[in-house]
Design a protein around this ligand. Sequence first.
Ligand code: PCA
Length: 193
Amino acid sequence: MKILVTGFEPFGGDRKNVSWEAVRRLPSFIEGAEIIIACLPVSYDRVEPELWELAERFSPDAVLCVGLAGNRDCLTPEQTAVNLMASKIPDNDAVQYGGKKIRPSGPEHRSSPLPVAEIAQAMASAGIAARVSQSAGTFVCNRVMYGLLEGIAAGKGPKTGGFLHVPREEAVPLEKICRGLEIEIREIVRGLK
Ligand code: PCA
């Protein structure tokens, strides 16, 4: 079994993105599943093609995308992606949208097939602050989540997948973010067995 786990490059003037810092520290195997890691661009328009290129190259059974939510104080498995792009800052290609749909005729929302409540509970039981989030925002993370869920629903490759937002290291130490991420991957692998 193979799991593709992605983090993001820095954006908004930051020098690092903790999502990639956590993803790149993952072990090569979790619960017997091979872990493939990649760093995605913070680009509305390039992020989906890059994700699907990786999915085609590696044929993962599941895909978990991880991004930074800088204003949150705990790990937040995402339940819902919304069909909207709007942000106060430009992406790393200097592209900024003020309320454009991702898919002009797509559904307003897409819901994660992952058991996000159980995943957040498993993190909390391990002493890692976590709660389910109902909004992945309207920036690049939400866009890649929407596209990922669309592809899964269409049978494009991975059987399941979703999105995890992580807080800054000032809110939760990197070591705990890494452990929480591993817990989510373990739950995903168990669900596929
Ligand atoms: N966080 C941003 C994009 C990249 C990242 O790590 C977001 O929440 O959309």
